[in-house]
Ligand binder design. Structure first.
Ligand SMILES: Nc1ncnc2c1ncn2[C@@H]1O[C@H](COP(=O)(O)OP(=O)(O)OP(=O)(O)O)[C@@H](O)[C@H]1O
Length: 300
């Protein structure tokens, strides 16, 4: 039985189709990446997955069941627009939210203190939200989404507004949640984060699913069009090799774009005839390159 399962889910706003027939499954202990340009339908998909809005078509199942009151306890949500009240104290607000989700006050209090200690900000317990910087409010919002120990967590742009140290801290925490068996639906515009965290992904473009599956397999299915080359001496004439589309000289070598696999072998032979080769690597495309290839620059 899967924690979260969407089957051909559709959402209309008047004439506008916001989500057109999305299907996905999030397993326990998995971070599933939901990607897409602005207006592609990610937030709408997440809000339907939370049971906050209803689909117009298709089915959503949580632990094999339809919509029900237990979702409040089951689900955690880190929304893209942060929604804490600036004037209230962190502790008042977060404990109240956890109580709404069925957690006893004392337990919520204890767990909140544990989370604040983990994030090395125990002094925020008594602070009003408005007293905290944007990034630190983000950490508090993160705690708000997991304080009631949900088994399915929906995270929209989890790391936005955080400095690099806090990005690592929260990334590590997301991985721990995964390793503890949580099912996590994760959206980000940062493809490097998705590559690091997600096993399976779905790319939406203008409401439609344009690419979906295991990230490893997706990457392997795309042609390799980039060669990294490091050599003892400079290699003249790389751009004249058949199938080479561009050559960029970096501090330590070359980054060469190619049109077809044969060019990679010709580069190797050409460079080997000229000088010693320190490094030669035919690179898989990055998720960023795949995303741009599928979604292009035609955003909403
Ligand atoms: N309440 C609404 N009423 C009308 N249209 C809406 C509503 N919510 C979303 N839409 C439309 O549905 C489409 C998908 O929006 P959605 O917010 O899901 O995109 P998104 O992928 O989350 O975008 P972003 O990355 O910019 O946050 C957009 O065209 C948007 O304008």
């Amino acid at each position: 039985m899967l924690p979260l399962e969407l089957e051909h889910v559709t959402k209309q706003y008047g004439e506008k189709t916001a989500v057109n027939g999305i299907s996905l499954q999030v397993k326990p202990g998995e971070i599933y990446g939901l990607l897409g340009g602005n207006g592609a339908g990610k937030t709408t998909t997440m809000r339907m997955s939370l049971g906050l809005i209803y689909p117009d078509g298709g089915t959503i199942r949580w632990n094999g069941k339809g919509y029900g009151d237990e979702l409040r306890r089951l689900m955690g949500y880190l929304p893209e627009e942060r929604g804490l009240y600036p004037k209230y104290k962190v502790s008042e607000q977060l404990i109240y939210l956890a109580e709404l989700r069925g957690i006893k006050r004392k337990e919520a209090d204890r767990t909140l203190k544990e989370w604040l200690a983990k994030f090395e900000v125990p002094e925020y317990y008594d602070k009003r939200v408005e007293e905290l910087s944007k990034g630190n409010q983000q950490k508090i919002q993160f705690i708000a989404s997991v304080l009631h120990d949900p088994s399915i967590i929906i995270m929209d742009e989890t790391f936005s507004g955080l400095d690099p140290v806090n990005v690592e801290l929260l990334k590590g925490t997301v991985k721990e949640l995964r390793d503890n068996g949580k099912a996590i639906l994760f959206s980000s515009h940062r493809m490097d984060h998705v590559e690091e965290l997600c096993e399976n992904i779905c790319i939406l473009h203008r409401s439609n699913t344009v690419l979906q599956g295991n990230l490893r397999e997706i990457k392997q299915s795309f042609p390799k069009e980039r060669v990294l080359l490091e050599t003892k001496e400079a290699v003249p004439g790389l751009e004249t090799i058949e199938g080479v589309t561009s050559v960029e000289k970096h501090l330590n070598g070359y980054e060469i774009r190619i049109r077809e696999a044969g060019a990679a072998q010709r580069i190797l032979a050409h460079a080997a005839a000229e000088t010693d080769i320190y490094r030669y690597q035919l690179m898989e495309p990055t998720l960023n390159e795949i995303f741009i290839a599928k979604v292009g620059s035609s955003h909403e």
